[in-house]
Design a protein around this ligand. Structure first.
Ligand SMILES: C[S@@+](CC[C@H](N)C(=O)[O-])C[C@H]1O[C@@H](n2cnc3c(N)ncnc32)[C@H](O)[C@@H]1O
Length: 255
């Protein structure tokens, strides 16, 4: 079954207001940051058409994620774009709920699901706080999303709330390079603020691996697997309280 619901007007920790059901983001400080919904709506068609840059890494992390799934599982993916990864996972799970802030991304995902005859997937237009959902979910996915979120802690806390005890939060997030970084990363660092000033780029805050992992652990997750693949791939288990020595016990695969 496929559906689009309107997002709730307010997301915890975010700064949205609404116009006609769409979330409008306020400027942050002096930067006139392009509103996330408008930015991603505009990009949706070309994003859907663009090939995956590093197919080998993509397949690797997909296979790692699949290894955690069972056919009984209820999965939620936030910031899922057109749901292309979710569609590849539907045969491994009972049900998939796919959400994104961009109605255009969701529309493309719905059309693809229909075309592929996949019916254990629902699509929802919503921000990363997904206040309209209640869970519990066995696994929550957030791929290439957390660096686009202003209040990552609130999103992680919400994911924790929506997971069953012992459920998994699996993320892929571009993080700061450890050394000087590639030329393209350095150029992005220079040009992003300019693009934001011109209203041509959304909010972006690329965390260091240590900061990101600390934020995840602070919300009572234990990191059980992580790799630089090449973006930081993290599998974290929901715990009741703060895990001890989480970082030391995490399985470091490929990086
Ligand atoms: C880089 S794309 C990643 C899409 C998909 N997860 C993937 O890995 O291909 C980022 C996606 O996050 C969505 N997004 C951006 N800000 C968001 C927010 N605050 N809440 C929910 N989704 C958001 C965008 O609409 C876009 O589809």
């Amino acid at each position: 079954m496929l559906l689009i619901k309107k997002s709730r007007p307010e997301g915890r920790g975010l700064r949205p207001r609404t116009t006609g059901g769409k979330i409008i983001r306020e400027p942050i400080g002096i930067l006139v940051v392009k509103k996330a919904t408008a930015f991603w709506d505009q990009l949706a068609k070309s994003y859907a058409a663009s090939p995956i840059k590093d197919m080998e890494s993509y397949k690797f992390t997909l296979q790692r994620t699949r290894s955690y799934l069972t056919v009984q599982d209820k999965i939620l993916e936030i910031g899922a774009g057109t749901g292309s990864t979710a569609l590849l996972l539907t045969s491994s799970v009972a049900h998939m709920t796919v959400t994104d802030i961009s109605p255009e991304m969701v529309k493309i995902g719905q059309a693809n699901a229909l075309q592929q005859g996949v019916n254990n997937i629902d699509f929802l237009v919503d921000d990363a706080m997904v206040e309209t959902l209640s869970g519990p979910y066995d696994v929550i996915l957030a791929h290439n999303l957390l660096h686009l979120i202003e209040d990552v802690s609130s999103v992680l806390s919400r994911a924790h709330e929506l997971l069953r005890p012992g459920g998994l939060f699996i993320s892929k997030t571009p993080c700061k390079p450890q050394g000087f970084g590639s030329i393209s990363y350095r150029l992005m660092e220079i040009f992003l603020p300019i693009m934001q000033l011109l209203g041509k780029a959304p909010f972006v805050a690329i965390p260091s691996v240590a900061t990101l992992e600390q934020l995840i652990e602070d919300q009572n997750f234990q990191i059980i697997e992580a790799c630089n693949c090449p973006t930081r791939y993290i599998v974290a288990r929901k715990t009741a309280g703060k895990p001890e020595n989480s970082r030391e016990s995490a399985q470091q695969v490929n990086g």
